[in-house]
Design a protein around this ligand. Structure first.
Ligand code: ADE
Length: 249
């Protein structure tokens, strides 16, 4: 999978050199490229923001650097393809082969494990990290005309910008790419994979600070262990996230 990130803080993403994503980059499973939005400005101050039309607090990110930065990536991903031309207004021609543009935003669709699974099927993701009061709406409208654009929210809270959200999404998506996680079985028994929270886990020693490992886990009875784990999943989900349970439960 190729992942491009556009940001005014490229240094944020140096952490993606380490851990599983770092290994996946080294082995070529993930081709991750970080682009500085300011490289696509043409004024002396490399400005990326301006005051909002209609007034209001804060600054809005200007459309031109975003347009140029995204055009450059699209041309690099599909050399020879024409960048979208606003004056022509073509019919929608988006295919699954066209890169998916993702902009983290508290106004977007909620990021879930199901969405992570969908994104892991893509071959090209382009993440645009907004800052300030957001990006000029025309950037989304323009690239939606003959491409695919999604606004995605990490949750009902406000971050200072999209960088941290993009890192979370890349970690969640990256580990679902075949080969990135060494033992694929470990992906199956995780929170959210079957719609429930995961069961509690224990390792040696069997007793620690007066706390014993539940005896069923020491029994060697695989059926009983599986039943206990399933029950724990339901109990934990009912206690912590009842909204995840189907209404009958
Ligand atoms: N940018 C600012 N807040 C955000 C959020 N909650 N999710 C995704 N991107 C954001």
């Amino acid at each position: 999978m190729r992942i491009d990130i556009i940001t005014i803080f490229p240094e944020f993403f140096s952490v993606l050199d380490v851990s599983l994503v770092g290994k996946a980059r080294q082995s070529g499973l993930i081709d991750l490229r970080v682009h500085n939005l300011r490289d696509h400005t043409h004024d002396r101050h490399h400005s990326v923001d301006d005051t909002p039309y209609g007034g209001g607090a804060g600054m809005v990110m200007k459309p031109e650097p975003w347009g140029d930065a995204i055009d450059a990536i699209l041309t690099d991903v599909h050399p020879g393809a024409e960048p979208p031309d606003a004056s022509v207004m073509p019919e929608t021609t988006a295919t699954d082969a066209s890169p998916l543009l993702i902009f983290p935003s508290p106004a977007g669709d909620l990021f879930t494990q199901a969405m992570a699974r969908e994104l892991a099927e893509e071959s090209n993701l382009i993440f645009g990290c907004g800052r300030y009061e957001g990006i000029d709406q025309r950037v989304f409208d323009h690239f939606e005309k003959d491409g695919r654009v999604r606004l995605v929210s990490l949750g009902d809270y406000v971050l200072n910008g999209g960088e941290v959200a993009v890192m979370a999404m890349i970690e969640a998506v990256g580990r679902l790419i075949p080969g990135v996680v060494g033992n694929p079985e470990s992906l199956v028994e995780e929170s959210h994979e079957d719609g429930l929270l995961e069961y509690p886990s224990y390792t040696k020693p069997a007793a620690w600070r007066g706390l014993d490992v539940p005896s069923v886990l020491l029994s060697g009875n695989h059926g009983a262990v599986a039943a206990w784990r399933r029950e724990q999943q339901f109990l934990r989900t009912a206690r912590v996230r009842p909204d995840l349970l189907p209404p009958a439960n």
